[in-house]
Structures are given as C-alpha cells and as structure tokens.
Design a binder for this molecule. Sequence first.
Ligand code: GAP
Length: 488
Amino acid sequence: MAKITKLDDIVSLCKRRGFIFQSSEIYGGLASCYDYGPLGVELKRNVRNAWWKRVVQMRDDIVGLDCSILMHPMVWKASGHADKFADLVTVCRKCNTRSRVDHLADDGEEHTAHVRVEAAMAEAGELARKKCPACGAVGQFAEPMAFRLMFETEMGANVDDTMTLFLRPETAQGIFVNFRNVMDSTRVKVPFGIAQIGKSFRNEVTTKAFIFRTREFEQAELEFFCAPGTDDQWYEYWKAERFRWYTDLGIQGENLRLREHDPDELAHYAKGCVDVEYRFPFGSGDWQELEGIANRTDFDLRQHQRGMRTMNDWYEAGRDLTKITLKEEDADYIKGPLSYFNEETKERFVPYVIEPSAGIDRSTLAFLVDAYDEEEVKGETRNVLRFHPDLAPVKAAIFPLVKKDGMPEIARKIYDDLKARFTCFYDEKGAVGRRYRRQDEAGTPFCITVDGQSKEDNTVTVRDRDSMEQIRVGADQIRGYLMERLGM
Ligand code: GAP
C-alpha cells in the first residue's frame, strides 16, 4: 500500500529547511512563483543533471542545446501558439472567480497545452450543472472566452523598431528551429535527438499545489527525430525509457503509471500521447501528469517550413501576426529546408518526432513527496527524506562529536578532502543526535562522526540515513567508501 503524505507537511518542511520559499515573500509573496533555497537549489540541479546524464551524456544519438527564451514572433505563429495557445475560461457570476472550463470537468485530468481548448469546448455545454470551486454556486458561469496563455513583452528601444515578443511557453520550438543548424554543424544522422532544459512561462489561469503548476517553470524536453514508419517503435521505446528514469531514481512503482490519451484528447497534430502520472497527495484523483510523451509526427518541422515561406507577408502586414495566415506547403515540401536526406537509402523525408516533455519543478516535487517519510524512533517522530543518492542535495555531513580534544581538526580535514568531490556539510554545534535528525530531514545519505576513538585508531563512524546503523571506517578510506556507496 502506497504511503499517503500530506502536501502541507512537504510545504512546511521545504520552508523550514530551506528547500523552497514563496517568491518575494517579504512583500507578501507573488502568487504561483517560488524560489529555491540552499537545499532546494542543490536538489533541483541534481534532478536536472540526472535527466541530462541519462538523456544526453550517456547516449551517442542525442545532443544538447540551450536556446534563448525570447524568439522571433513567427516561431509562435508557425507552432500554432500565437493563435491557439489559450485556455477557455469562465467567470462565476456570484463570486467573480475565473476558472478554466476544462478544470470544471469531473475527471480533473490535466490536459496537454494544445488540447486544452478542445477539451474545454467539450465541457462548455455542461456549465449549467457545474459548481464554482471558489464559492460553490452551481450553474452561475458566464459565457466562456479564450484567455491567451503566453506572456507578452516589448523588445527594442525605438518606437519604429519595437516588436511584441512572447516569453516561450515551451522549450520545444527552440529545438525545431535549430534542426538545420544542428544537422549542419554536427555528424548526427536520423534517428537522433536534440535535448534542452530551460525556463518556460505560461500565464496559467489557475495555478495549483505549490510548485506543481506555476507561471514560470522549467522544462526538460527531448525532440527525437526518426524516419516516418519507425515512429511507433520509437514512441514505445521512449515510454518505457522515461518511466524507468523515475523508478531508477527511487520513485516507487506503485505511485507511477502511464496513461494513454484517448483519441479525442489528442492535439490535432499528435498521433499518440501518453502521460507519465504520479500519485500526488492532492487533486481530485491524485494521479497527475508528471511528463507527456507525444508522437508529434512531422507537424512542427513542416509548420516551420510554412513559417519561413510566410516571412514576406509578415513584413508587409507591418509585423502583425494577427493579420497573416501561414502559406500552404508546396508539393515539394518534402525537399524543404527542414527535411533530411538519408545518404544510404537516397531517400528524402521530413522526420517524425517523438517528444518526451518533463517538468523539472514537477519532478522535483514528485521526488520530494516520494522520498518523504515519518517514523517513530524511541518515542519521537523522525522526518526523513529518503532521496536516491544522485538526488540528495548534500551527500555527506561531517561532525566532530564535541568541539574539543582535536576532533574538529580531524573532521575539518575529512570535510576539506570530501567537499572537492561532492556536496558536503560541516556541523559542530549541538547534540549529535539533533545533528543527525537535521540531516535526515535534508535527506543526507551519510553522516560521518569523529569521536574519542578516532584519535586512537584513526577510524570514524559512518551513519546510514535509512537504517540509522553506524559502522567504523578508517579515516583514510572514507572517501573511497562513500564514493562507492554513493555510486560515483
Ligand atoms: N512541448 C510539449 C509541452 O510543453 P505540456 O504537457 O504542456 O507539453 C510538458 O508540458 C510538461 O511541462 C508537463 O508534463 C509538466 O511537467 C511541465 N509543465 C507544464 N506546465 C507547467 C506549469 N504551469 N507548471 C509547472 N510545470 C509545468
């Protein structure tokens, strides 16, 4: 049976121990924006690094990219975001609260960005029997309207050359528009992938549950380009591979599932889409989207080929996206600038794309929730974060038992040696039991204590976070011992 953790416990631990704070807290906070504190920044970086290691570093067929957040406005015309990336919203006539129509659905499912309006349209006819989540009034909703999710900003200092830009709502498009650059500057051959981690922004109508849905967040996206006809096989491959990434990093299998989208849930361009879902301790059904894996077909590359052909219209329309329509493809689209030529088979095609799209903040929350444990130890409650060693913000804490008798000097020497290899923490204040408890709450896998015996036989104790067992290890072997236990 899966353990149920209350989200409030996680939020409180995160604040107390410096994982996550409300943004701009001294000014009353900024809704749905969060700051990662000293432990949180390490945890989040470890999540990011674990994704990068698995998706880029360990593979020969995937390269990385880091695109700018601000991109040419035509990118969003071609991708469909400028015209369609909106939520259908309605306002409660009783309390004036704005709600996403698809969130008034009974199933409470999270919908992939592009299909939210479609999903919401299906719900709109049902508004007469829906309940306002804020005041509880039934059937009091006004006519739904579209609410654009992209944040706008102005670029340029002069009136003549200022341009309205969007903060990117996904990192994926930066990959598509660099497809040719990567092809021309590397030796990649289809099938291959381009991966990117970076910030995305969406002016979400409703934000939710701590860092689960925020307006500024980080995505880790892979666009895996393959030949048409091989896409179904790659889709299956990435479903299994992405699921395994979470379980390999310690997420308990019973808290994770794959949910295949129904055909009517799919975005118009997607041939298939599956969500990796985690059993979060909130929401209507608990199961919530952690990552989406979609077969995006050749849609995006073809759309950008159309976008490139529409550039003149954009200039002529005074750079107003609302006044232009993307030019249709010509019959030769297959030979376009974003196509691929297979030297061996002498075939040219526009690659299909399998896209695993994960959220770094959302995964961080899942890793926190899954690692959180409370247990009774000698009549007291022990809070412990049982992080996988790769994710633990601090790998080892080093303590002198007392602040005298040469113990701090030995402990400092060990600390100085270890901190060059991984993140460590030195602490000489307070009772050692209290120091252990603090490290349990931070998820530190090992605590090393220098005690009276250390001076006599040059050994130290190593305490294991999960079992709380202690063993003695030679001070000069401690580095090798820890690196092995940490899987380094
Ligand atoms: N390129 C495809 C795409 O962006 P998505 O389902 O809209 O698909 C992918 O987003 C992932 O990004 C989600 O599964 C989630 O982990 C994360 N994500 C999306 N919106 C988010 C938000 N407002 N706050 C936090 N994470 C978000």
